[in-house]
Design a protein around this ligand. Structure first.
Ligand code: ADP
Length: 349
């Protein structure tokens, strides 16, 4: 199912003030795509997801599932959530505590007045896919966080929805389980082939799960691209800083005659860079320790990441984070380094 989000706006109005949460959102989610909405807390991700689900009305624009108009500013266009054939998974699982796992998963089928046989086979199939068949008679309170989230996902897929919506579903899991569940979720989505919109503030989650990612801030899509596209060609300073770990180095400088200067050394600016005051952005992985220089500095701090280390190196007034496979440094060591060719970004200041 293709989702068209056309010029969607959302303003919350109270007596005291108006909050423009979504200013003008245009996104087309492709059929079977795993689409991620990424942004800092409060940027309107959940609001947009709720609009897709039909849990919130919009104040501008329109929403289409395929050719079908499901919402616009006109109340008469509004298709009720249960008639949209979407399923949603929340961060807090939202299971019914008094019902067994079986009945929790069966719930959407019972609402749809499915027969006993269909319910039994539907629940068993979903439970099998999510590897929770052994827990069907348990109550949610008897399960771990990871198992509860599997129940919530099993419930979401039991009616084979056209669209799956996830609102920060892994945030309540510990780091290890989060990584494992992430991998499984990606596999599951591929197997089911259901168009998916996934909300997260976690860039690693977004990058690993999303076929494409829309980065949201200030009520607008800052950039819509593949994970690699966001990383290699950030559209602005915000996206450059939000994506990538360790964070990109950003320095105030100026582009003159197609070059910018750092620590007294000139570097060629990217072809499309604006002239004048810019932020030069350099990823820590695009700096190389290199006895030939041209940059030199002293190691302030070393952060061990496992296979790699991040060296924080000061060079005059600037501090560079450099990702290095070499870890045999000490604080105060003198190092020389260079910038990989064609890897600098420049954003207007
Ligand atoms: P996110 O999911 O990106 O963290 P939300 O979509 O939950 O952000 O919220 C976006 C903004 O909208 C927040 O500033 C929030 O305070 C505001 N907001 C959300 N719901 C309401 C509401 N019912 N009334 C007024 N403001 C709201």
């Amino acid at each position: 199912m293709k989702i068209h989000i056309n010029g969607v706006q959302k303003t919350y109005s109270t007596l005291r003030k108006k909050t423009e949460v979504l200013k003008n959102i245009n996104i087309t989610v492709e059929d079977r795509e795993f689409f991620v909405l990424l942004g800092p807390s409060g940027c309107g991700k959940s609001t947009l997801l709720n609009i897709i689900a039909g849990l919130e009305p919009m104040t501008g624009g329109e929403l289409r599932f395929g050719d079908r108009l499901v919402a616009s500013v006109n109340k008469k266009d509004f298709v009720q959530p249960k008639e949209r054939n979407v399923a949603m998974v929340f961060q807090n699982y939202a299971l019914y505590p008094h019902l067994t796992v079986f009945e929790n998963i069966a719930f959407p089928l019972r609402i749809a007045r499915a027969g006993a046989e269909e319910i039994k086979s539907g629940v068993e199939k979903s439970a099998e896919i999510l590897k929770i068949s052994g827990h069907l008679q348990s109550k949610p309170a008897e399960l771990s966080g990871g198992e509860r989230q599997r129940v919530a996902i099993a419930r979401a897929i039991v009616r084979r929805p056209d669209v799956l919506l996830f609102d920060e579903p892994l945030s309540n899991l510990d780091a290890q389980l989060r990584t494992a569940t992430r991998v499984e979720l990606k596999k599951l989505q591929r197997e089911l082939g259901i168009t998916t919109v996934y909300v997260t503030h976690d860039q690693v989650e977004a990058m690993t799960l999303g076929d494409r990612v829309a980065v949201l801030k200030d009520g607008l899509v800052q950039q819509l691209d593949t994970a690699i596209g966001l990383y290699e060609r950030p559209a602005n300073r915000f996206v450059a800083q939000f994506i990538g770990f360790p964070q990109i180095n950003l320095f105030e400088t100026e582009v003159k005659n197609g070059a910018f200067s750092l620590c007294g050394t000139d570097f060629p600016a990217p072809a499309q860079a604006p002239s004048g005051p810019v932020w030069a952005g350099i990823r820590p992985s695009d700096l190389e320790l290199n006895d030939a220089g041209p940059l030199s500095g002293r190691v302030d701090t070393i952060e061990l990441l496992g296979r790699d280390a991040v060296l924080y190196v000061s060079c005059g007034q600037l501090e560079f984070a450099i990702l290095s496979e070499r870890k045999d440094f000490r604080e105060g060591d003198a190092v020389k380094f260079s910038l990989k060719q064609g890897k600098a970004h420049c954003f207007p200041r």
